[in-house]
Design a protein around this ligand. Structure first.
Ligand SMILES: *Cc1c(COP(=O)(O)O)cnc(C)c1O
Length: 397
């Protein structure tokens, strides 16, 4: 009998009951706007910021409308101007070069290694082209952050971290988002906490925080923030910082607060599923596992394998065969952008040079989401299907 998987790769868990009741409370009182507070009332949004700052050990936190907005705000807040160049990963998703385009800057793409992390050699060669690196921890893979920060600090390059896939992860015990000047997170449905849309921004730099808060559309109500610098810092920036509205609202914040409290447990559940997938496909001929370094505390909310140096046709056959058995694999090698997968050379608004080592890796990356609605048995079944189909195509080729 041929086994088939029938679960959905896009179905997340429901919002926890605590989040639903908190949301109903906000709906019942009607004060959804973050600055619409009663006397002595602390808004859900301000509390969320305070709690997230504590969770990752940051001085300041700002909740915003999306992860993409957080990144564009970070670029503005660190001083990126139209026409500036910004270093970023060639292996990432469209909102990352999109954030750079949003501030009319130009991405300079840095290659990817077989570890699916930024190529530090390529970065070293390009560091003198820009003063800012928007570093995407794509699919949760963290590079050697100590080495990267040493390089960037020595070159005077400011690092902004895209932690859309690493909320809850860490490198050498330092939470993801806390190595660079700014950490940006997403609360979009497919990430690690779910408010439909949403973003979080953390920094220890008082002026960057003040600028970001004003940029987000705080009018002059910044004193209602709980994870913000003092008024004297706002005095220095408030007349020269535009309002580019992108606030979070109290309804989303109410949904997110209980999810953040459960984040550690969720991370363990993701990682249990990840390990079952990893063990299940280990030693499949032709397939390379992306080994995770010991210094990395992972969040296994997605799973990648490499079919290195396979022909395009063979990789596509694997994707197709797994697909007919209910296992949706995404391939990053496709010439045309499909669904959320796209390549650095498909973002035609941004110039790029051909990167052969990167192209080789991208041509071999297969990717899948691991929603927590999957059981451990589901993951074992998915791994059996991948193993069988990869083996069948590999032997036939
Ligand atoms: C989802 C995502 C973001 C931010 O996304 P929003 O949808 O704007 O919240 C940023 N980077 C990566 C790699 C992502 O996948």
């Amino acid at each position: 009998m041929t086994e088939r998987f029938t679960g959905s790769f896009t179905q997340q868990e429901p919002i926890p009951d605590e989040g639903i009741s908190a949301a109903l409370e906000v709906l019942n009182h009607g004060r959804l706007h973050r600055y619409n507070t009663g006397p002595d009332e602390l808004s859900e949004t301000a509390c969320l910021e305070q709690e997230f700052a504590q969770l990752v050990g940051a001085k300041y936190c700002l909740a915003v409308a999306s992860g993409g907005y957080a990144m564009a705000t970070a670029l503005r807040a660190v001083g990126v101007k139209p026409g500036d160049k910004v270093l970023t990963n060639a292996f990432t998703l469209a909102p990352v070069p999109g954030a750079i385009a949003a501030v009319a800057a130009e991405p300079v793409f840095v290659g990817v290694t077989e570890a699916l992390t930024i190529d530090l050699e390529d970065l070293a060669a390009k560091l003198d082209q820009s003063q800012v690196l928007l570093l995407s921890h794509m699919r949760g893979h963290l590079c050697d952050m100590d080495a990267l920060m040493a390089m960037c600090d020595a070159a005077g390059v400011t690092v902004i971290e895209d932690c859309a896939h690493t909320m809850g992860g860490a490198w050498n015990e330092v939470p993801s988002g806390r190595h660079g000047a700014v950490g940006c997170y997403s609360a979009q449905t497919y990430k690690h906490v779910n408010s439909g849309e949403g973003g979080l921004f953390v920094t220890d730099d008082a002026e960057i925080a003040a600028r970001a808060i004003i940029l987000s559309g705080s009018y002059m109500l910044y004193e209602r923030h709980l994870a913000a610098p003092g008024p004297e810092v706002f005095e220095r920036v408030k007349y020269v910082t535009p309002n580019i509205s992108g606030r979070m609202d109290n309804l989303r914040a109410a949904i997110l607060r209980p999810q953040l409290r459960a984040l550690d447990t969720q991370v363990e559940r993701w990682n249990a599923r990840y390990r079952v997938l990893e063990e299940g496909v280990r030693d499949t001929p032709g397939l390379t596992i992306v080994e995770r370094p010991e210094a990395e505390s992972i969040v296994g909310s997605s799973f990648q394998v490499l079919l290195l140096d396979w022909t395009e046709a063979a990789v596509q056959e694997v994707v197709q065969r797994c697909g007919t058995r209910g296992v949706e694999l995404k391939w990053f090698g496709a010439a045309e952008p499909v669904a959320f997968t796209s390549r650095y050379d498909s973002w035609r608004y941004a110039a790029s040079e051909k990167m052969e080592k990167t192209d080789r890796v991208l041509a071999g990356v297969l990717d899948m989401r691991v929603p927590l609605t999957f059981s451990l048995d589901d993951c074992a079944l998915i791994a059996r299907i991948i193993r069988a189909e990869v083996s069948a195509v590999f032997q036939g080729s």
